[in-house]
Design a protein. Structure first.
Length: 356
């Protein structure tokens, strides 16, 4: 059984975005997992858009992925965030084939029946400055994972988890950085508890995941992520931020009287610049151009900054009414700030740019 074709799925995208936008405020207030939204994305064939043609999928690349996430982000960025990891996992499998065959076959089977989400832990990525909070130790029975991850989006609904864990040097001589492990969502010893509330992306239902001596077969250890994987994750986050900015400007123009033509034009130019930068970076990565992965990692935060500036300016132009809890613009500001926090900034980003 094949998955929907790319043209079929993308034709349904505007309707899905409208449905997500109609429920976004409710999901934000409740801070609950948006099951209906994820179901709509799946039913349209969008959640599996990046499944390889080898497995009956459309085989979309990173360029199509960021376009899709920007659109979903304009409807409900929490749903876009939840879908993003799954899209990137399928795209990476098409490139690398790193998942064990049986595990990926199980994911595809589940994906034909309904939404099968994959979460990448920690949310900031294996290269995040804070480092992994899960440790892995090799035992006679396999790898044992212990620890916890905070603020995992949609943990309660994840079919699979890809977890970055620190490995004892004695168990992993010659390895550098955290190792990756693949876990089914119903693995014994894996516990999900309510997490702390965050400012934005509240419908992501962030939860804490505890690993209580979780045992895994050695086949479920995956190769470490590479520069291409990190480029994809950063561009995905930037795309969601762009979607939030599009929604903010649209609300401003539609609902606030007296916004001048010059102000509307200035906002649109910022959005065009962000969109062109994002698309250009994704196209270069898809084409495997020399240095494209590095440029994408460095400039994805710039896309998010341009987008967030549009949100800030929209709030300023709206005046006090823009921060009222009864209008979406206040939510767009919170969502934009939270999405931007998923990307590096300040000294770490500048040090990375300074490297030859």
């Amino acid at each position: 059984m094949s998955f929907p074709r790319a043209d079929e799925a993308m034709t349904r995208l505007p309707r899905v975005v409208d449905l997500l936008a109609a429920r976004a405020d409710e999901h934000d207030r409740e801070g609950a997992f948006p099951y209906q939204g994820i179901e709509e994305v799946h039913a349209a064939g969008l959640l599996t858009l990046t499944v390889s043609a080898q497995y009956g999928g459309a085989g979309a690349g990173l360029t199509e992925t960021v376009h899709l996430l920007a659109a979903l982000g304009s409807g409900d960025p929490s749903v876009a965030l939840l879908a993003g990891d799954t899209l990137l996992v399928h795209e990476a499998q098409a490139r690398t084939g790193h998942w064990p065959a049986d595990a990926y076959r199980a994911l595809l089977t589940d994906s034909r029946r309904g939404p099968a989400l994959v979460g990448l832990l920690p949310p900031g990525g294996p290269g995040s400055e804070a480092g992994a909070e899960v440790t892995a130790q090799q035992t006679a029975d396999g790898w044992q994972l212990t620890g916890r991850e905070h603020g995992v989006p949609g943990a309660e609904a994840l079919a699979w988890l890809v977890v970055a864990a620190d490995v004892d040097e004695a168990d992993d001589a010659g390895s550098h950085g955290p190792a990756l492990f693949l876990l089914p969502g119903d693995t014994p010893g894996l516990l999900v508890e309510p997490g702390s509330e965050q400012l934005g992306l509240r419908a992501g239902a962030n939860q804490d995941v505890h690993f209580e001596k979780v045992l895994l077969d050695g086949a479920f250890r995956l190769p470490a992520p590479d520069a291409r994987d990190e480029a994809g994750r950063r561009l995905a986050a930037a795309a969601i931020c762009l979607g939030v900015a599009r929604a903010a400007r649209a609300w401003l123009v539609r609902h606030v009287k007296g916004v001048s033509e010059l102000d509307r034009g200035a906002l649109e130019l910022e959005l065009i610049a962000a969109e062109e930068l994002l698309t250009g970076l994704a196209v270069a990565v898809d084409a495997a151009r020399p240095g494209a992965d590095r440029r994408a990692r460095l400039l994805a935060p710039r896309v998010a900054d341009l987008s967030l500036a549009v949100v800030h300016r929209s709030v300023a132009l709206a005046g006090p009414a823009g921060l009222h809890r009864t209008v979406p613009l206040e939510r767009h500001l919170r969502d934009g700030l939270t999405t931007r926090a998923l990307l590096p900034t300040g000294a770490p980003l500048l040090r990375a740019a300074a490297e030859s």
